[in-house]
Design a protein around this ligand. Structure first.
Ligand code: ATP
Length: 744
């Protein structure tokens, strides 16, 4: 089923080379150091070997052709195995399957199945199904033939298990064990989550119990809150509206009064003009004074002229009487009476400035004197009075002028007085107006004070309602803490009756709420709805965790069953496998040694003992039972040798070959690679070895790397490897005759 190997850049294979496996046995021959073992390793490499040690390297780069004197080093190594899959041994639906691994100097490995890049895991799984293990039990490296003999019982057991194809089940079991551990971890995690929430849940449970107990109280306080808050809100709203309404009147009034006040102030302002008028009055008064002085002067002039006139008249009369009769006797009584009349007239106006009165008195006096003169005129003779007459005329004229001047002054005075009078009247009426304005001012201010007073009273009410509003908000907050959102029920609650205006009723209600609050607080159950909700959520979570735990427990049980079943199956298969191997092992052993016996046995070695053997300190707590392993018992013909340790090198090689072949026959792998497994055999044994590989090749394809002529003769296809001057390995198909030469 192995079709070909293609190798390129891997180790000593600088150039691309391929081997076609067209027959059951293919031999690879060549001198030492030509690169034969590199071919065996190239198989391990392609099958996904991860151990650098198994590939004889330290680092990945060691696997890439490192260059020679004549050839540059390669940057990439690739090995491709091509399988015939017409029998569908590999679980993919292709007649031919190629598996390729590529490495670069600077990158990780790449794997390809039929040219498609895959993961290592995919390659391993694909091959395991066809009993091509990555552990490479079917690739026996140089010097490793007796590894199965030198291994300890546990390692040996593993090698046999691998060869028997039990790895798949072991893998399944290990996966289940991992899953079990993971599930247990999950279970522990869930349990610890439960433990974590347990105290909180307990606390919440207690709280909920308390809340249940205080439920009635809460209902009561809820109803109280609803009524109280609804009434309080109605009261606040009504009061605010009433205040706003009451404010309107005084505010409007104040605005109106401000206008009136401005007007009154204007009036008062204008009264300053009055002072200027007063000054004018003073001027007029001094004018009047001056006119009076002039009038008095005029009156005095008239008086003087009239006095002179009277004395001239008297003088004329005396002259005239003298001329006519000289002295005439005139009664004294008559003269005295007349003089007294004159004096009386004069005295009646003495000190008066009244021109009319003065004129009257003057007229009176004149007529008294004229009458007397006329009585005695007939008795007188005519005399010369011309001068006197002329003077009288002059004086009379003068008097007439003086009277006229007096009249002018009088008229002027009259005019000025008139002017003053009207000015005074104006001043007086002004005075009246400002007095009125002043009065108005006082009136307005009084009204303003009144309005302000009203407003400040309202301000007091406003402040009070503001405080009550704040108290309301506080109350709602507290209610929220106590009964949650249901505190807002008041918003849709209809108020009836006085709706909070009766403050003492409200106050009683508030006190009742306060009392219940204290009782609820004393009960220690706070939080209400939130706590109940949290409790329910926590309980739900706990229930979920319990269910989760049960599920995990169930899956643990089922995983444990699976593990047990797998273990039982592995046990059965292993024991059966050992039995079958023993049958073949005994046969091959007897064939190789011409007799004797060999068998495998399942043993349980005490750990303590094994640990000591391996130089480790035994763990005192470890199970004394120890681990299961596989022991080999041999007994050579004609010799009393029973232990493996006592075998010679050739005997060891023969024994291990017998065992390896026995194992390979029980569960034949598709191919087996034997790298100089025959190196230690002498000619006789090489022949037996040749017989064995021939019978083995009936079940598995064989690739033998050998220097042995006998072995070569059993192969139908031979490949020679040479290492030329270039320092790199070369592959070539050769005939048997050539092979013998090449091998040397
Ligand atoms: P023997 O018959 O003695 O067992 P062999 O034919 O099995 O020899 P190998 O062990 O396969 O020889 O090849 C070893 C050769 O491969 C050595 O000469 C070594 O220098 C060469 N070699 C190993 N790795 C590289 C590499 N990365 N680049 C170049 N050459 C390498």
């Amino acid at each position: 089923m192995l079709k070909s190997l293609e190798i390129n850049g891997f180790k000593s294979f600088a150039k691309k080379g391929d081997i076609r496996f067209t027959s059951a046995i293919t031999a690879i021959v060549g001198p030492n150091g030509s690169g034969k073992s590199n071919v065996a390793e190239s198989f391990r490499f392609a099958l996904g070997e991860q151990s650098m040690k198994s590939l004889r390297g330290k680092k990945t780069e060691d696997l890439i052709f490192n260059g020679s004197d004549m050839m540059p080093r390669a940057n990439r190594a690739s090995v491709k195995l091509v399988f015939d899959n017409s029998k569908r041994l590999l679980g993919v639906d292709f007649d031919e399957v190629s598996i390729e691994r590529v490495i670069h100097r600077d990158s990780l490995s790449e794997y390809y199945v039929n040219g498609t890049q895959v993961r290592l895991k995919d390659v391993v799984e694909l091959l395991a199904a066809a009993n091509i293990g990555s552990s490479g039990h079917h690739i026996i490296s140089q010097g490793e033939a007796d590894r199965i003999l030198s291994a300890n019982i546990k390692e040996r057991k593993e090698m046999i298990e691998d060869a028997l194809g039990l790895k798949v089940y072991q893998y399944k079991r290990d996966e289940s064990v991992k899953k079990l551990a993971k599930t247990r971890e999950n279970m522990e995690r869930v349990a610890s989550l439960r433990r974590e929430i347990a105290p909180h849940l307990k606390f919440l449970k207690k709280q909920v119990e308390k809340i249940e107990k205080t439920k009635a109280l809460r209902e009561e306080v809820r109803a109280l809150y609803r009524d109280y808050l609804a009434n309080e809100r109605a009261y606040v709203v009504a009061e605010e509206n009433a205040i706003a309404e009451s404010e309107k009147g005084p505010q409007v009034e104040l605005a109106q009064l401000a206008i009136e006040l401005a007007r009154a102030r204007e009036v008062l302002e204008s009264s300053k003009v009055r002072d200027a008028r007063t000054d004018e009055v003073v001027i007029l008064e001094s004018e009047i004074g001056a006119l009076r002085v002039r009038k008095d002067a005029c009156a005095r002039e008239i008086g003087r002229l009239e006095g002179e006139l009277a004395s001239l008249v008297r003088m004329k009369a005396r002259e005239e009487s003298k001329a006519i009769r000289g002295d005439i006797a005139v009664s004294w009584r008559e003269i005295e009476t007349n003089l007294k009349d004159v004096i009386g007239a004069c005295e009646s106006v003495s000190g008066s400035s009244d021109v009319n009165a003065l004129q009257n008195a003057l007229g009176q006096a004149k007529s008294v004197v004229a009458t007397l003169l006329l009585k005695y005129a007939s008795e007188t003779i005519k005399s010369d009075t011309t001068e006197i007459d002329a003077e009288i005329v002059t004086l009379t004229q003068g008097r007439e002028e003086a009277l006229k001047a007096l009249e002018v002054v009088r008229v002027d005075e009259e005019l000025v007085s008139q002017k003053r009078k009207s000015l005074e009247f104006a001043i007086d009426s002004d005075k009246d107006a400002s007095r009125d304005a002043e009065k108005e001012l006082f009136r307005i201010m009084a009204l303003e004070n009144e309005a302000r007073g009203k407003l400040s009273m309202l301000k007091v009410r406003k402040d009070k309602i503001h405080i009550e509003k704040e108290a309301f908000a506080r109350e709602v907050e507290e209610g929220m803490v106590l009964i949650g959102r249901s505190v807002y029920e008041y918003e849709s609650h209809q108020v009836t009756g006085k709706s909070g205006t009766d403050r003492s009723v409200q106050e009683d209600c508030r006190r009742a709420i306060e009392r219940i609050k204290v009782r609820i607080e004393d009960s220690g159950a706070l939080g209400g709805e939130d706590v109940v909700r949290e409790h329910n959520e926590t309980e739900e979570r706990d229930t979920y965790l319990i269910k989760e735990l049960a599920d995990l427990e169930a899956s643990i049980v089922s995983i444990e069953i699976i593990i047990k079943e797998l273990e039982e199956r592995l046990d059965v298969m292993f024991k059966e496998g050992i039995k079958k191997i023993n049958d073949r092992f005994g046969e091959f052993f007897a064939l190789m040694f011409g007799g004797g016996t060999a068998s495998l046995s399942i043993v349980r070695e005490k750990k303590r003992k094994r640990a000591l053997e391996e130089g480790e300190l035994p763990d005192p707590n470890e199970n004394e039972e120890g681990e299961e392993g596989v022991a080999i018992d041999v007994s050579l013909p004609r010799k009393k040798i029973r232990g493996l340790e006592m075998l010679s090198g050739g005997e060891r090689a023969l024994t291990s070959i017998a065992l390896l072949f026995a194992i390979s026959q029980v569960n034949p792998p598709p191919f087996v690679i034997l790298d100089e497994t025959d190196a230690a055999l002498d000619e006789a044994n090489a022949k037996k070895y040749g017989d064995m590989i021939e019978s083995l090749s009936k079940h598995s394809q064989l690739i033998v790397i050998t220097h042995n002529r006998e072995t070569m003769s059993r192969a139908s296809v031979l490949y020679g490897i040479t290492m030329g001057k270039e320092g790199c390995s070369k592959l070539l198909s050769i005939a048997f005759g050539e092979a013998v030469l090449v091998a040397k």
